[in-house]
Design a protein. Structure first.
Length: 364
């Protein structure tokens, strides 16, 4: 059966069905795109990018935190080191300052003090005979000798001792020694400058009560006029168990001619001077000649060898008491004649007729 439709020409088509890429716009999916590539687009691709950024930020923050911690630790170490260094410097300076100050103080102390060679000494009573020597045959001489022995025996029981003073004594300084006596108060101005060891000894003895209840046992009224005190035994033999070093005065005026035997120049001890008595051996050059506790007071200016340490001066009011005792005169003593050696009465050397006893000796 024949058809009415005209056959389609080759190549012809409907405009609506034109698929020419050059003239048509695709309305469906891109046939060249792999369907699996759709997974790379859209939300999945955005999540991966954000996570990497966060990681980088987190890593950066961690690095910055670590660096800040390290910087903080470094600052802390610096502060600590600075603090420790400061403490060390302060400690070093403090130590150095201590030793410098200590050295200065030690030098000053040494410059203002001296070391005293106090020497222990046995009792003098051990050297005194207890019986009249057989070679003394004259009855009068034997009687005088026996009288002396009896006096010594009576005094021996009154011996006192006292502790040895501190060996370190100040070279200067003054004190007042107040002697309260049965005849009145005798103030003594002590001065360490001329004889620091002997002055220190007198102060120590007074502080330990050595002078309390002791008589002024001797007075001389000839060319040399002195009152001697400081022996609790009242015999001239008492001593505290030690001696003081010799400290000859250097500021007294020369008096008369020098001793032709020793060449020693005599000096004047002024009225009121208080000096330490000794055994007399210092005049022969013997050190530590026995001076320690006994002292004598110059009633008038006196000429003596410069062998007696000067420790002070009696105040004017005290000299009134001494003058009163001197005016009372002397009980003759007993002693050897300087020429013959025979024992005899000594009219100008004995005990005061007006007894004077130191009741207390106080230092202030």
């Amino acid at each position: 059966m024949a058809s009415n439709k005209e056959p389609e020409k080759p190549g012809a088509h409907n405009d609506a069905d034109n698929d020419d890429p050059a003239t048509s716009t695709p309305s469906g999916p891109n046939p060249s795109k792999n369907p699996s590539d759709s997974a790379a687009d859209g939300p999945a691709t955005s999540d991966r990018a954000l996570t990497n950024e966060q990681r980088r930020e987190a890593a950066k923050r961690k690095l910055e935190d670590r660096l800040e911690r390290e910087r903080a630790a470094a600052r802390k170490r610096k502060v600590l080191i600075g603090s420790v260094s400061g403490v060390v410097v302060i400690a070093v300076l403090a130590t150095a300052t201590y030793f410098i100050v200590d050295k200065i103080q030690t030098d000053r102390f040494n410059a203002s003090h001296t070391t005293c060679d106090y020497v222990a000494k046995d009792s003098n009573f051990k050297q005194i005979p207890t019986t009249v020597p057989a070679e003394i045959t004259d009855p009068a001489q034997r009687a005088l000798y026996q009288e002396q022995i009896d006096k010594v025996k009576a005094g021996e029981s009154k011996q006192k001792t006292a502790p040895m003073p501190d060996k370190t004594q100040a070279k200067d300084g003054t004190s007042t020694l107040t002697l309260t006596t049965t005849q009145g108060v005798v103030p003594v101005d002590l001065n360490r400058t001329g004889a620091p060891c002997n002055t220190g000894a007198v102060i120590s003895l007074a502080d330990h009560g050595y002078y309390d209840n002791s008589p002024c046992h001797r007075m001389t009224t000839a060319a040399l006029k002195v009152l001697q005190c400081g022996d609790p035994t009242g015999t001239g033999l008492g001593q505290p168990g030690w001696t003081s070093p010799d400290e000859p005065p250097t500021d007294l005026k020369p008096s008369g001619q020098a001793n032709p035997m020793t060449g020693q120049q005599a000096v004047t001890y002024p009225r009121g001077t208080v000096a330490i008595a000794n055994s007399g051996s210092a005049q022969q050059g013997e050190a530590n000649s026995g001076g320690s506790a006994q002292f004598f007071i110059l009633i008038q200016d006196g000429t003596l060898p410069p062998s007696y340490a000067v420790v002070g001066t009696v105040a004017p009011d005290g000299m009134k008491v001494i003058d009163k005792v001197f005016a009372g005169g002397v009980n003759p003593g007993i002693g050897p004649n300087q020429t013959t050696g025979a024992y005899e009465r000594t009219a100008d050397d004995g005990s005061p007729k007006l007894p004077i006893t130191i009741e207390t000796a106080k230092v202030s």
